[in-house]
Design a protein. Structure first.
Length: 468
């Protein structure tokens, strides 16, 4: 079953879903991509350092030596001062690979695990270019799939541009459009936007993309999953062909490679690491009957009293139910999903960020890109349908070289989905039964039961043939 939020208010989808076939390289490489299928490596990036964080104020893990650091990437003293103020000391592998060619004006197609500093990798080169002249005119555009990610990226850009005169603003659905129109009329250098709301502004004439010099497509694979590719093509068509394009994504499915071939000029491909959970995450699977999942979750939460907790579900109604259930047991909890208003979602996130709420129950709207420090435990109440979503979910913990745990509650009928996750990551996940919550049927038996039910011949009436 697809995540219920995929068609919720935050998606603003206009186009059809694309092909989800994912192709990930097994090594760190930097590749030139003249054709979608081309993946020949031309040089390598160091990939032995801890991951960093996209969130301003979080020290980034390093890939380069202490002698080089960010200064060795070609950034100006102005940018280095901003990074030092934020506490950033060493660049991550994706930053080492993407920032130098982006500073040279090259198009970049970048992919790396979640939580590795992709926001800084595209923001810093864009700020460097736009800080030179013509400030106050819209010349930089960042397109993201969700409202929450758009807000986070715009906050990061403001922090990175603190030593410049660069102004940024954000537009997205779920809020009144009037204040956004006034902000655009006032003028900005960089606009961060979700696809649907951006096209609304373009159609109203309140956003002119004719002077865009740098276009960033962030979390491109998520935009593909959410059906935004047609919107993205329309947005690209509004920008000058002379622009620089930076496309960043956690994975690079074939449709994204094809899109890159169509809209980018000989992009430098920077790909870091395998598609797997980041280091520092202790992963475990607890087999349990579906009907007892909520009780097991409560039991596990009561034994984990330190750090914040993020619980993922497939559907918004499940998120609401779990939130009410846990709140009724005296826990500090809120929920985040597409069925809530933008104001409610913003408040839920803010309360979770500042620690007012300890537990946040969310659908996949929070799985991509969002960087919240201090998340110690991630629970998968439902096993995600797409194994890539598992990687993004558990990537909410152990960010910026911290540690955390990822606990998945697996009902017997979800065994095949877990197997797909293990195929993607190339690593088995430990199964550990919890006393008193052992499943009533073994996972393999449940799968065989499902297959037998599917293959059982239907009656004539079921097949639509009347008896005579």
């Amino acid at each position: 079953m697809a995540d219920d939020d995929a068609a919720g208010p935050e998606t603003e989808a206009r186009g059809p879903k694309g092909d989800d076939a994912a192709t990930m390289a097994m090594e760190t490489d930097v590749t030139s991509v003249p054709e979608p299928e081309t993946t020949g490596a031309v040089s390598e990036v160091e990939d032995g350092a801890p991951e960093g964080s996209d969130e301003p104020g979080a020290p980034e893990g390093g890939a380069r030596s202490a002698e080089t650091g960010f200064g060795g990437l070609g950034l100006s003293e102005r940018s280095l001062r901003a990074l030092a103020k934020l506490g950033y000391t060493e660049p991550t592998p994706i930053q080492c690979g993407a920032i130098p060619p982006a500073l040279e004006g090259r198009d970049v197609l970048g992919s790396a695990q979640t939580g590795t500093g992709k926001t800084a990798a595209f923001s810093l080169p864009m700020i460097e270019r736009l800080a030179e002249a013509d400030q106050g005119r819209l010349r930089g555009l960042v397109v993201t799939p969700t409202r929450e990610l758009a807000q986070q990226v715009e906050r990061a850009i403001r922090s990175y541009a603190a030593t410049t005169e660069i102004e940024s603003t954000v537009v997205h659905g779920g809020v009144a459009i009037g204040p956004e129109i006034r902000a655009l009329e006032w003028g900005c250098d960089i606009l961060v936007a979700t696809p649907g709301r951006l096209l609304d502004h373009v159609e109203r004439g309140t956003a002119d993309l004719g002077s865009i010099e740098v276009l960033v497509l962030d979390e491109a694979d998520r935009m593909l999953d959410m059906g935004f590719i047609d919107d993205v093509r329309r947005i690209v068509a509004e920008t000058p062909s002379s622009r620089q394009t930076l496309l960043f994504s956690a994975t690079i499915p074939n449709p994204i490679l094809y899109l890159a071939h169509q809209i980018m000029r000989e992009p430098m491909r920077v790909q870091v690491g395998l598609e797997k959970a980041a280091e520092g995450i202790d992963e475990v699977i607890h087999p349990v009957d579906r009907a007892e999942k909520h009780e097991l979750l409560l039991h596990l939460l009561e034994s984990r009293t330190e750090g914040q907790v993020l619980v993922f579900t497939r559907r918004r109604d499940t998120a609401s139910y779990l939130s009410d259930y846990l709140r009724g047991r005296g826990l500090s909890v809120d929920d985040l999903h597409g069925g809530r208003s933008q104001a409610e979602r913003t408040k839920s996130l803010q309360d979770f960020r500042d620690g007012s709420t300890r537990i946040l129950v969310a659908t996949n709207v929070a799985a991509r890109g969002l960087d919240i420090r201090g998340i110690r435990h991630v629970f998968n109440f439902d096993v995600p349908d797409d194994p890539r979503d598992y990687v993004h979910r558990v990537g909410r913990t152990a960010r910026a070289d911290e540690t955390g745990d990822a606990i998945t509650l697996m009902s017997p009928h979800e065994w095949l989905m877990v197997r797909d996750i293990e195929k993607l990551t190339g690593e088995p996940i430990e199964r550990r039964s919890v006393e008193g919550f052992e499943p009533s049927i073994e996972p393999l038996a449940a799968v065989e039961e499902d297959e037998e039910e599917t293959s059982r011949p239907r009656s004539r009436l079921t097949r639509g043939t009347r008896r005579r």
